[in-house]
Design a protein around this ligand. Sequence first.
Ligand code: ATP
Ligand code: MG
Length: 367
Amino acid sequence: MRVKNLALKNFRNYADERFEFGDGVNVIAGDNAQGKTNCVEAVFLLATGYSPRVKKDRQVISYGKEKAEIKLEAASLYGKVEVSLSYYAQGDKKILINGAETKRSGELFGNVYAVYFSPQELKLIQESPEDRRRFLDIAISELSRKYFYSLVKYKKIIDQRNKLLKEPDRETVLDTLPIWDEQLAGYFADVVTARNDFIEKLGPEAEKAHAFITDGKEKLSVSGGLKYFGDRDDIIEQIKIDLMNSTDKDLALGYTSIGPHRDDLKILLNGEDVRAFGSQGQQRTAALSLKLAELEILKNHYGEYPVLILDDAMSELDEARRKRILKKVEGVQTLITCTDHDAPVFSDKNFTLFKISDGKIMEKVGL
Ligand SMILES: Nc1ncnc2c1ncn2[C@@H]1O[C@H](COP(=O)(O)OP(=O)(O)OP(=O)(O)O)[C@@H](O)[C@H]1O
Ligand SMILES: [Mg+2]
């Protein structure tokens, strides 16, 4: 996957700018608050419709403007891809994929595939299971739109089921639960099996990436999921039994206590919980390793590497780790943001450098 260019209009602090990216490492450098993250955020929005920073779509529109427009052209093994997103101040959004409009943001997945590491990704290690589920959900949605749609439906039914569990009339609740559970079990099974498959691949890839970055000095292990086995019908039956068995507990709690919305990943470094014992640099390395594992899984799926976005990934890492990361991503189109202070680490690489100031490219050096 190669992102050829990116055009930004009234997007965050960009009035009107266009990036022509090189095939290898693209360094986006500048002082704080100049638009480095905004640039790579746009690429990830076009790939997935998602950004860890966006709570409401309209936040991305430049202050006081009516409409933001972002657009990119890319080339994949499967041909040329053009994706554009327009955000309107009233709150709606227009999605164009190769010129055709779609209302479903899930259709974005699988056109431009990208892996995004941002400092917020440290939450993967430090924060709640919800952050780790979000990581799994976006990564797996990039592999399969069907997963994304199953997940959306699963969450809708869970919301309705949870409302029902709070109803005071027990008899109605007990009569209605099986009807919801019949529908729920199918989507539950789709989500569980896809997560199991993904985690099974993630563990060994993350361990490999981590060993590479730390030169074999540390061992990362990632596990989770895997409660249900067998074919889809078997799993659906097991899920229905589990849902039935947890009815009393769910009624007492007022919410559904089992299911993919409760999953978590277990991340150990040298056998210890990395969250409790890892240093800053170790936690960052572990988070990066998860992302590099995702990169390999996407590559095995699509037959080519996705675009890798490393937003402020290198700070807190020593020079040896930085160099090994750059070595690891040779041959992958990479967008790296850094302050000018960090830029020299790339000096012996073949790269394209964009110097950014106040939402504008001031200088472009390289290919
Ligand atoms: N909707 C918006 N309209 C105008 N400006 C915005 C909007 N959203 C964010 N900005 C501005 O964009 C600026 C740059 O943001 P960005 O996160 O890209 O900086 P950065 O170059 O990555 O900085 P750092 O090195 O600190 O990470 C911020 O000053 C912010 O106020
Ligand atoms: Mg930034």
